[in-house]
Design a protein around this ligand. Structure first.
Ligand SMILES: *[C@@H]1O[C@H](CO)[C@@H](O)[C@H](O)[C@H]1NC(C)=O
Ligand SMILES: *[C@@H]1O[C@H](CO)[C@@H](O)[C@H](O)[C@H]1NC(C)=O
Ligand SMILES: *[C@@H]1O[C@H](CO)[C@@H](O)[C@H](O)[C@H]1NC(C)=O
Ligand SMILES: *[C@@H]1O[C@H](CO)[C@@H](O)[C@H](O)[C@H]1NC(C)=O
Ligand SMILES: *[C@@H]1O[C@H](CO)[C@@H](O)[C@H](O)[C@H]1NC(C)=O
Length: 429
């Protein structure tokens, strides 16, 4: 009798051990919840691997970790991301970008008119809501949330391909200034893509989480997000493990493309000085712009770059029909780039001062400064911010991937944890 119990007990113990050891040797479970950064110009998707505590930003089949936020319609297909951008030149009126600027917003007719004039595609008003008019072999209108849903679907598929499991749940980030309607329409876009949204988090909060600031003893965090076209500054305040947005300010006319434009003006002037005329051929101007953009990016790591661009200039007045092929070469030093943009860089401090004022804080009260957006790689901008605060900003996470990294961490928290996980993301949020 006693023996039987012992045998039975051993049997249980063996089962228990087998289960325990099995868990040790089984492959770790796949993340079930993805984190989505649906940006105005680029989107990314990430997951949190609870077994290793590592965030993986998922790459496409070419290894690219962000996809352009563009969707292009042809008579036979709807293309998203890089494939859509490839069609932007040949199919401009049906290639939609910047949909995030329109989602969930109600516009006055005049404002809508102005907005529409900025784009090669047609923006129409449906009782105050924006819609994009597409003309392939038929004409139809699509909503901003439909455009967003195609991008989200693309990212869902990238994640499914990488993880090898179907994905139905996600966490998504939105700008802190999005109102309830804009948030609702963003969630609606996810539903259209077959995704249930477990939580909507603010982009600056996500960026702070990317640095693990939800786990450490900080109170006031300032997030500076300088993207291609806009600057957003947020002052976060951590209370009971939760980040609250205490103040927001920004400049929607300041970003990386303005710095590129200054450099383009300068190089165009150099062409005029050297050859007597400015480039007029459309392809030349495009090539010059690309070279200048590449130079700007290189100048964040190198102190000097040489650009070299073949141009076709109408130098001869007697024969205006025949452009002369020339090679334009010039060296651009980092200091020159900084001089050309000095006044623009200085403008970054204005919204920082505004949020400190509104938050009733002195700059000494800011515990951590987090930089987001590609333009915050510019050394002069980092220096400006660190000199202003008298301390170094947090820059170890790629500023283009800080938001998606934080959203993926939040997705990991929402996805719950595995019994043996070594993750330290177990704080209350
Ligand atoms: C448009 O073209 C597609 C593919 O060529 C075709 O399937 C569709 O029926 C066409 N629609 C119209 C309205 O002509
Ligand atoms: C248009 O919007 C107004 C208020 O935003 C609403 O009252 C009205 O019902 C809407 N009309 C239609 C046709 O959707
Ligand atoms: C947003 O969605 C919630 C829940 O679906 C709803 O209760 C709320 O009225 C919506 N708000 C707006 C402004 O659309
Ligand atoms: C920028 O740097 C890359 C490699 O770091 C190089 O291939 C490229 O030619 C550089 N571009 C310019 C404009 O200097
Ligand atoms: C950045 O954030 C971490 C918290 O994860 C902190 O320990 C560190 O001191 C911060 N500052 C800098 C300049 O990296």
């Amino acid at each position: 009798m006693g023996g039987e119990v012992t045998t039975f007990g051993s049997f249980i113990l063996v089962l228990f051990l087998a289960g325990y050891l099995g868990q040790q040797y089984l492959p770790p479970p796949k993340p079930k919840v993805i984190g989505l950064d649906l940006g105005t110009t680029f989107c990314s998707v990430g997951v949190f691997h609870s077994s290793s505590g590592v965030v993986e930003v998922i790459a496409d089949e070419h290894g690219r970790k962000s996809i352009p936020s563009a969707v292009s319609f042809t008579s036979t297909e709807v293309l998203s991301g890089h494939e859509a951008v490839e069609l932007a030149d040949t199919n401009p009126q049906n290639t939609i970008y910047d949909a995030k600027r329109f989602i969930g917003k109600v516009f006055d007719p005049e404002v809508m008119q102005q907005e529409s004039a900025r784009y090669p595609f047609k923006v129409i008003s449906n009782n105050g809501s924006a819609e994009f008019l597409i003309t392939t072999n038929r004409t139809f209108a699509v909503s901003p949330e439909f455009i967003s849903s195609r991008l989200l679907l693309k990212m869902k598929k990238m994640a499914e391909r990488q993880l090898g499991v179907p994905i139905h749940k996600a966490v998504i980030s939105v700008p802190a200034e999005f109102d309830e309607r804009q948030r609702n329409y963003t969630v609606r876009a996810a539903h259209l893509a077959g995704l249930e949204i477990l939580r909507v988090i603010n982009e600056p909060t996500a960026a702070a989480m990317a640095y693990g600031l939800h786990k450490v003893d900080v109170f006031n965090v300032l997030v500076v997000d300088l993207g291609g076209g806009t600057l957003d500054v947020s002052l976060l305040n951590k209370q009971g493990g939760m980040f609250l947005t205490r103040a927001m300010a920004g400049n929607n006319q300041l970003g990386g493309q303005d710095f590129t434009q200054r450099l383009l003006q300068y190089t165009t002037e150099r062409v005029r000085q050297e050859f007597g005329v400015a480039p007029t051929v459309k392809e030349d101007i495009q090539r010059l712009r690309q070279a200048v953009e590449a130079a700007k990016i290189n100048l964040t790591v190198q102190t000097s770059v040489t650009i070299s661009v073949p141009l076709h200039l109408h130098t001869s007045e007697e024969d205006p029909g025949a452009p002369a092929a020339v090679l334009f070469r010039t060296e651009i030093g980092r200091e020159l780039f900084e001089d050309l943009n000095r006044d623009l860089f200085q403008k970054i401090l204005a919204p920082i001062e505004t949020v400190l004022d509104e938050g009733h804080l002195k700059k000494e009260d800011v515990d951590e400064i987090v930089l987001v957006g590609g333009s915050t790689r510019i050394p002069r901008i980092r220096k400006l911010i660190s000199e202003y605060f008298g301390k170094e900003p947090n820059t170890s996470v790629d500023p283009d991937l800080a938001v998606v990294t934080g959203v993926a961490i939040q997705a990991g928290i929402m996805g719950g944890s595995w019994p043996l996980q070594r993750s330290s993301v177990d704080v209350r949020l």
